[in-house]
Ligand binder design. Structure first.
Ligand code: PGA
Length: 253
């Protein structure tokens, strides 16, 4: 067991009206109560963000945004900057989710700029990395996640690193029901922590690495037994209060 505090986060993606989001957030607040042994966050859509923040104001659950633009202001129709997220009291932002990379053309360079934007306003981030099935089958998993991590994290200070969580999300496991085995996840997490250690030294032992990809109430405990797994980034199973609360309250083996 490491002394890193488990961090469970729910990415709601493009789901929930404001009313539905409020219902989910209220249910979660009630189910999770005053749990302090674990860090918990949810990432609603921007339209539901203020209402969810209101509901969770007095709870232990933090509220983040799913992405941000890297410029501060300007002619970028449809975008929202890290400054604007900070302005509305957002606690966190997700950067580099594989859906952003695959569907919205986010390159490693753009991901780096977004991370820098979040750091500029001291907004803690979850940086997502992960390989596709083709890359895994071609034996390129390590090469791909190394490139993604080095591009995002090279040259940052130890203080900046302390505000970043990494989410290892193999693309083939996201939304597919195909979870990586605890062993596959541990192998990738151990490798990632080694890269962070090469770049930043000892702070690597403090950086939390979440696993993401079809995490469910019945597989979280097995994943969390692994020494380099420090939490989870959950999609589908974060959309109901019961299942996300069960994930948050997984029992330690
Ligand atoms: P999933 O999504 O849990 O539905 O696989 C995970 C994610 O995209 O963060």
């Amino acid at each position: 067991m490491s002394d890193r505090k488990p961090f469970l986060a729910g990415n709601w993606k493009m789901h929930k009206t404001v009313e539905e989001a409020v219902e989910l957030a209220s249910g979660l607040a009630e189910a999770v109560g005053s749990e302090t042994g674990r860090d918990i966050a949810v990432f609603p859509t921007l339209t539901a963000l203020p209402a969810v923040q209101d509901i969770l104001l007095d709870s232990v659950i933090k509220v983040g945004a799913q992405t941000c633009h890297y410029e501060t202001t300007g002619a970028f129709t449809g975008e929202v900057s890290a400054e604007m997220l900070k302005d509305v009291g957002c606690d966190l932002v997700l950067v580099g989710h594989s859906e952003r990379r695959a569907l919205f053309g986010e390159t490693d360079e753009i991901v780096r700029k977004k991370l820098e934007a979040a750091l500029r306003v001291e907004l803690p981030t979850i940086l997502c990395v992960g390989e596709t099935i083709g890359e895994r089958e071609a034996g390129r998993t390590e090469e791909v996640i190394k490139r993604q991590i080095e591009s995002a994290l090279t040259g940052l200070s130890a203080q900046q690193m302390a505000t970043i969580t990494i989410a290892y999300e193999p693309v083939w496991a996201i939304g597919t029901g195909l979870t990586a085995t605890p062993e596959q996840a541990q192998e990738a997490h151990h490798y990632l922590r080694g890269i962070v250690r090469e770049l930043h030294g000892e702070v690597a032992d403090q950086v939390r690495i979440q696993y993401g990809g079809s995490v469910k109430p019945d597989n979280i405990a097995g994943l969390m037994l692994k020494v380099d797994l420090d939490g989870a980034l959950v999609g589908g199973a974060a959309l109901t209060a019961d299942s996300f609360a069960a994930i948050v309250k997984y029992s330690e083996g």
